[in-house]
Write a protein that binds this ligand. Structure first.
Ligand code: FBP
Length: 551
């Protein structure tokens, strides 16, 4: 197989570990801290997790660790959307496991959580691991979105673990996958099974974070990749001075990706879903906001610009949120009739006939293409797939109309020519930045010390991330500590709290302070491509979000 020169060079890159994890594996010892409490709903959660609630936080120190002599069989699962660095989590776990005992074995369950249910696996070897070091993607064992959540599934997991004598499972996933990891850990304990479950925080969306998890892996590389592309488009716009570029960015719900890219590239406009909701804005309000900036720039002779739109925005617009949740319920309740309809027009007519009057009005106000996209297949959670809804095109249409009104009123005299883009899949499998390569390797390596100590229901945690790796702290956080109860499909469920953009947080405040200036005065930044080799200030810096949050 021919491989690119960069890939060859990346194979040789040695990820940086926190100092304590650089010690001989036999001398790294877990230290149990204070017992913990959940975010809220403490009584209810302690009843739901009688065996794993309130566990202590874990850190590591130097000493003598007898556990590392044990031969262990460990299973690893990649769950959900791809995020740069996933391979390095597996490589870190593999290296620690083999250093401790070369007889130990790592089973890679294929295709996500369904891999363990169907017992599809590969026993990972040096040859496989070495051909994926520091590379992007999840193709070593692939990923999937099946959810491990029912007792029947947990029973199958138990049988598969017995079959291979598996002592521990590492689940690399986002908030939902790690919530389910905690439920599986509790199930194993309840059944008296000696199988540990440890999670690793993954998602480019950046919404799995809290005081103990500073960032999810993949956010750094994905936002740097999008920022490079946005910066290139900014420069193109500034060169030809004839287009407005509307760029939608991934992020299933929270607007962290758009906000990070905005701080990195200083576009003229960046919408933030959480702000739209807080201000109770409608599509028309947002349209007016964009059109006013376009008119102001046109008055200066600048008929060009950049507008960033987070893909999750659509569900933050209050009237659309209601509409989408009505459609989700209608599609779920009338699944048979709905799937029997074969044309888009018949689907639109069917749903329209069942909507409440208020939502029907909102639905009818949307272009037909968006109506159709709102009816596309739901994800495994029954939610609309926001990555398929072309909100950027919606705004190009509504803004065009608004500019025509402003022109009639004598408030706009310009030329509006727009281009649309969507950046999502382009960033999820990029070669991990040095930060993600180091962070992910550390998360995986660290996970070994948790599971070899028999710790279960923990998330592998590496903190102090805005500092150089030698100052990072390694440890484990009980997953129940991050939980609260939330209504999900009509039921109160234990879940890890999703971190949305905080409007009083430092990253948003920084953006808010500068955005009016960036709107009118062209202030684009051109971050360029991720650098893997060169001076540390060019290659190793993390996101602006993390830097601002930790300053
Ligand atoms: P995870 O939360 O599973 O990491 O995935 C996030 C994400 O990349 C979102 O940004 C995006 O909306 C979604 O996955 C796309 O899903 P799919 O890969 O199934 O098209």
């Amino acid at each position: 197989m021919t491989i690119s020169p960069l890939q060859t060079a990346r194979y040789a890159y040695e990820p940086k570990l926190p100092l304590i994890l650089r010690e001989d594996v036999k001398t790294i010892v877990p230290v149990l801290g204070e017992k913990t409490q959940s975010q809220s709903d403490r009584e209810a959660l302690s009843k739901l997790f009688p065996n794993t609630y309130g566990l202590p936080k874990v850190s590591f120190t130097k000493g003598s660790n007898p556990n590392t002599a044990k031969k262990l069989n460990v299973g690893v699962i990649l769950s959900g959307g791809q995020a740069p660095g996933g391979h390095n989590v597996i490589c870190g776990l593999y290296d620690a496991l083999k250093k401790a005992n070369p007889e130990s074995c790592l089973y890679g369950f294929r295709g996500g959580p369904s891999g363990i249910l169907e017992d599809k696996y590969v026993v990972l070897t040096d040859e496989i691991i070495n051909s994926y070091r520091n590379t992007g993607g999840f193709d070593m064992i692939q990923s999937g979105r099946t959810k491990l959540e029912t007792e029947e599934q947990f029973e199958v997991c138990t049988q598969v673990c017995h079959k291979h004598n598996i002592n521990a499972i590492v689940i690399i996933g986002g908030d939902d996958s790690n919530t389910n990891a905690a439920i599986l850990a509790e199930y194993f304990r309840k059944k008296g099974e000696d199988i540990c479950v440890v999670g690793c925080p993954k998602t480019i969306d950046g919404d799995l974070k809290n005081e103990s998890i500073e960032t999810s892996f993949g956010f750094d590389t994905a936002t740097k990749t999008y920022s490079e592309l946005i910066g290139n488009i900014c420069r193109d716009a500034n060169s030809s001075r004839k287009y407005w570029h509307f760029i939608r960015l991934m992020g299933r719900s929270a607007s962290h990706i758009a906000l990070e890219c905005a701080i990195s590239t200083q576009p003229n406009i960046c919408l933030v879903g959480e702000e739209v909701e807080a201000r109770n804005q409608s599509i028309q309000d947002i349209t007016n906001y964009i059109a006013d900036i376009i008119a102001k720039r046109a008055a200066n002779g600048d008929n060009y610009g950049i507008c960033l739109v987070p893909e999750g925005l659509i569900e933050f617009v209050p009237s659309l949120k209601v509409l989408i949740s009505e459609i989700n319920d209608l599609v779920a309740k009338n699944e048979k009739e709905f799937s029997a309809l074969h044309t888009t027009a018949s689907k639109i007519a069917y749903i329209e006939s069942l909507l409440t009057d208020e939502s029907k009005k909102v639905f009818n106000s949307l272009p037909e293409s968006i109506e159709a996209q709102l009816l596309l297949d739901r994800d495994p959670h029954g939610n609309v797939q926001v990555s398929l809804i072309e909100t950027e095109k919606l705004f190009i249409e509504t803004v065009k109309k608004r500019l025509a009104v402003l022109a009639k009123e004598g408030k706009y005299n310009g030329k509006f020519s727009a281009m649309n883009h969507f950046f999502g899949y382009e960033g999820r499998c990029a070669f991990p930045s040095n930060f993600d390569a180091d962070y992910c390797y550390s998360l995986g390596y660290n996970a070994y010390f948790l599971l070899s100590a028999g710790l279960t229901g923990y998330l592998s945690s590496v903190t102090n991330l805005s500092k150089p790796a030698e100052q990072w702290n390694a440890g484990g956080i009980p997953i129940t500590m991050m939980m609260n109860l939330e209504q999900r499909h009509g039921e109160l469920k234990p879940v890890i709290k999703k971190a949305l953009v905080e409007l009083d947080g430092k990253p948003f405040k920084y953006f808010e302070k500068h955005r009016d200036e960036w709107a009118v005065t062209t202030s684009f930044l051109y971050p360029g491509a991720i650098q893997y080799f060169g001076p540390s200030e060019v290659c190793d810096t993390t996101t602006k979000t993390l830097a601002l949050e930790q300053c």
